[in-house]
Design a protein around this ligand. Structure first.
Ligand SMILES: Cc1ncc(COP(=O)(O)O)c(C=O)c1O
Length: 417
């Protein structure tokens, strides 16, 4: 099998060089070349349509990162964009006072999400996770937080601690997904002071294999939260409006007290939500100041309402599950055939191909070579982040992807035999 040739990413590199003199580091956070494979992946995108991307050098890709999660339908989804354009043209979207769409969206969320009674609307996932912790602390008059998963870039939870005084995160403790004993031990020590347990209800820890909840795990955490009087918060920023219309809590049948939603709710427009039980949520009105200039901007509410309308009308998530299950079954067969230590984890709407860790570190080379071949062939995955399926991935797109996975793994096999 012949290796695919390196992409021409000249313009990306030129723009990156220019960016490095304008923006610290050129690009921020998880968009850095080292978050993919430096020298192989494009750095700047020109446009997207459906499930396809075109970079600034004209390379075309079938995309499986979906903007790191918000793209549930597809890029430039006409109905959503037109609803937003109409709002901007005919009414405007940025005012001092709120427009009525917050009520419409809060009603819809209460209808769909099991724990939802009252909702507040913000912009980013980090806004929402941070607001949920503040609400839980205000409601319980307690301080400590148990956390499990990625919750954003704010002081209390970011991994890189530079620039943050220790006191801002010293009351926050981490436990592992599917590890109720670890949580139980932490609560045995800190339970009476614990305000919140915040966790992703489906396991998608950064850079690691994905984890389905083991039988009884979510129920045990629910029980521990009740036992210690802590607010249970599900971080459904990735899973909301993707695993089901009611999120992972609906799929797995265990309901938290609060939940945060974002990403897929508005197909790319910036909006996030804290939703939950009335008595807990009322702390937001009674004891807190949660306000920001852009929180009430209505273009994102319009986008969310339209996206939810399409998700319901066209039964989008059922189709994503069906396509994804078929796709994962075929990927698994390819992995089994090549037997090079590649592993598939996750569930139909979000899955991840990783390489089994070995002491020699060969897995890192396999990972680099596999994802290098994939990007060169025109398939945009990340070596360090799971993939998503969106509505606009067609069977044909997925078949092309399967062929590329097969070819790329056979190259890996040849190299590491
Ligand atoms: C589970 C989870 N929570 C919170 C966040 C933070 O969201 P944002 O990047 O919109 O601030 C993310 C972002 O990836 C996330 O995946």
């Amino acid at each position: 099998m012949k290796e695919a040739g390196k992409l021409n990413i000249t313009k990306s590199l030129e723009l990156y060089e220019e960016a490095s003199s304008l923006v610290p580091g050129g690009v921020l956070g998880a968009r850095k070349p080292t978050d993919f494979i430096a020298g192989e992946y494009p750095i700047f995108i020109e446009s997207g349509k459906g499930c396809r991307l075109i970079d600034v050098d004209g390379n075309e890709f079938i995309d499986f990162l979906c903007g790191y999660g918000p793209i549930i339908l597809g890029y430039r989804e006409k109905e959503v964009d037109e609803a937003v354009n109409k709002q901007i043209r005919e009414k405007g979207f940025c005012f001092t006072l709120s427009q009525k769409y917050q009520n419409d969206l809060a009603k819809k969320i209460a209808e769909l999400v099991p724990c939802a009674e009252l909702s507040i609307f913000l912009k980013t996932g980090s806004d929402a996770t941070t607001a949920s912790i503040r609400i839980a602390r205000a409601y319980t008059n307690k301080v400590k937080v148990m956390r499990c998963g990625y919750h954003g870039w704010h002081d209390w939870c970011v991994e890189m601690k530079g620039g943050i005084p220790e006191k801002f995160y010293e009351d926050v403790y981490e436990f592992g997904y599917n590890n109720p004993n670890q949580l139980e031990e932490l609560l045995a020590e800190h339970g009476p002071e614990t305000a919140a347990i915040i966790m992703t209800p489906f396991g998608h820890p950064n850079h690691q294999e994905m984890q389905i909840p083991r039988p009884g795990f979510l129920e045990t955490v629910r029980g521990l939260a009740d036992k210690y009087g802590a607010v249970l918060i599900y971080d459904e920023i990735r899973t909301g409006f993707r695993l089901s219309m009611g999120g992972a809590q609906k799929l797995y049948g265990v309901s938290p007290d609060l939940s945060v939603l974002g990403k897929a709710i508005a197909n790319g427009y910036p909006i996030s939500v804290v939703t939950g039980k009335k008595d807990v949520m009322m702390a937001a009105a009674e004891k807190l100041f949660i306000s920001s200039t852009f929180f009430p901007n209505s273009e994102a509410f319009i986008a969310a309402l339209k996206t939810i309308e399409i998700l319901e009308r066209d039964n989008v998530l059922a189709e994503i599950w069906e396509k994804g299950e078929w796709f994962m079954e075929k990927i698994q067969a390819i992995l089994d055939k090549h037997d090079v230590g590649a592993e598939l984890t996750g569930i139909a709407p979000m899955f991840y191909i990783t390489f089994k860790k070995d002491v020699s570190g060969a897995y890192k080379g396999k990972r680099r070579d596999f994802y290098t071949q994939m990007i060169r062939k025109g398939f945009f995955f990340s070596p360090y982040h799971h993939a998503y399926i969106c509505y606009r991935h067609t069977e044909e797109d997925l078949k092309l992807t399967l062929r590329a996975i097969d070819e790329s793994l056979s190259l890996v096999k040849e190299k590491y035999k």
